[in-house]
Design a protein around this ligand. Structure first.
Ligand SMILES: NC(=O)c1ccc[n+]([C@@H]2O[C@H](COP(=O)([O-])OP(=O)(O)OC[C@H]3O[C@@H](n4cnc5c(N)ncnc54)[C@H](OP(=O)(O)O)[C@@H]3O)[C@@H](O)[C@H]2O)c1
Length: 333
């Protein structure tokens, strides 16, 4: 049996991906094979195909970190799933293909009846990360101010929705008025458009603007951008604030540590993927909570563009060029 997959055969840009017919995966012991119905695009896809990500799969490989689909086959020893189950999974890569094999003990869950495959493919990496960050790492409390940097992106918009669901006042930092409107529609209380380039003066002004937007200061910063934006956000923090380190599309910032002393605040690292492996029970409880929030209509992946599998490279390009808002999804028939 064969299947179509969008392959990275050499490190390169999204345009280097090629659609090929390759042998379909077989469910080995403890594995299930998923018939992929939808696969979403995430920032790590853009890094992985260029060999710029912390994890480098052997080539050829298909990018695609998360999928929604139907269990097509189960291997020996699989007890949690049967053929025909509707599931979501986070294989890390391999999702831009008609089928993907995942370990039963990995990041795979049966989805509620009401959840579409597109939403299923757009849930865990973004909402899972933001939920773990805000709940377990920041202990965000009702009434606190939450500043989200990169608020119109995948994890950012999930942080807006979850921050609101947790009772925070949410300030969305974005790079254009269009993205501000998008963040507002997702529930942000305030939006702040920051410049695309920052010098020292602009950093100072941005820090003041963050403070003002927070009514004097910020309790929790969710930094999905890094670069020159991190320090102004840290300088705007309240006493005992928590600064969440999520990602670095704008570069890895260097922070003067004296700021943490002056603010009596914490800089908190967030590594959601490792958390899901180290604490599978805690992760499963978080997923159950996300499913409940989805069924109550409190969270809803904001899918702004859909592509067929063959055009997956264009989908990654859209994300890399900062043209995307929310999620982009590859839809397989
Ligand atoms: N820590 C974890 O466990 C974890 C889990 C998942 C993802 N992540 C990381 O989170 C980050 C976002 O991932 P995502 O999938 O949500 O990506 P995404 O949808 O592409 O969002 C990235 C956001 O960053 C902004 N951005 C991109 N380049 C920028 C630049 N040069 N300067 C300022 N802002 C920039 C974009 O907004 P604008 O265009 O408005 O600037 C966009 O909103 C990535 O670094 C990813 O690796 C971390």
């Amino acid at each position: 049996m064969t299947m179509k997959a969008l392959l990275s055969k050499a490190p390169g840009p999204p345009e280097s991906l090629v659609l090929e017919e390759i042998p379909a995966p077989v469910a080995g012991e403890g594995q299930l094979v998923i018939d992929v119905k939808a696969a979403s695009v995430n920032f790590p896809d853009s890094l992985m195909i260029q060999d710029l990500y912390q994890f480098k799969p052997p080539r050829p490989f298909a990018p695609g970190g998360e999928v929604g689909g139907i269990v097509k086959a189960v291997g020996a020893g699989v007890t949690r799933f049967k053929v025909g189950d509707r599931v979501l999974a986070v294989p890390g890569h391999g999702g831009f293909a008609e089928e993907v094999a995942v370990p039963e003990r990995g990041n795979v869950f049966a989805i509620p009846d009401a959840m579409t495959f597109e939403d299923a493919s757009s849930l865990l990496l973004t909402y899972g990360t933001s939920q773990y960050a805000l709940k377990q790492r920041a202990n965000l409390k009702p009434g606190e101010t939450l500043l989200v940097l990169g608020a119109s992106g995948g994890v950012g918009v999930a942080a807006i929705e979850l921050g609101k669901a947790m009772g925070a006042t949410v300030i969305a930092g974005v790079s254009s008025p269009d993205k501000a409107a998008f963040a507002e529609a997702a529930g942000a209380d305030k939006t702040l458009v920051y410049p695309r380039e920052l010098d020292k003066e602009k950093q100072k002004a941005l820090s003041e603007a963050f403070k003002q937007a927070g009514g004097g200061g910020i309790d929790v910063v969710y930094d999905a951008v890094g670069g020159d934006y991190a320090e102004p956000a840290l300088r705007a923090m309240n006493w005992e604030g928590r600064f969440l380190v999520i990602g670095f599309p704008a570069g890895i910032p260097k922070i003067p540590l004296n700021l943490t002393l002056l603010k009596n605040c914490q800089i908190v690292g967030v590594f959601w993927g490792a958390f899901t492996q180290r604490d599978p029970k805690g992760h499963a409880a978080n997923v159950a909570e996300l499913f409940a929030l989805y069924e109550q209509g409190k969270i809803k992946p904001r899918i702004s563009a859909r592509y067929p599998l063959a055009r997956g490279g264009e989908a990654i390009r859209e994300l890399m060029d900062r043209k995307a808002s929310g999620k982009i999804v590859l839809v397989l028939d």
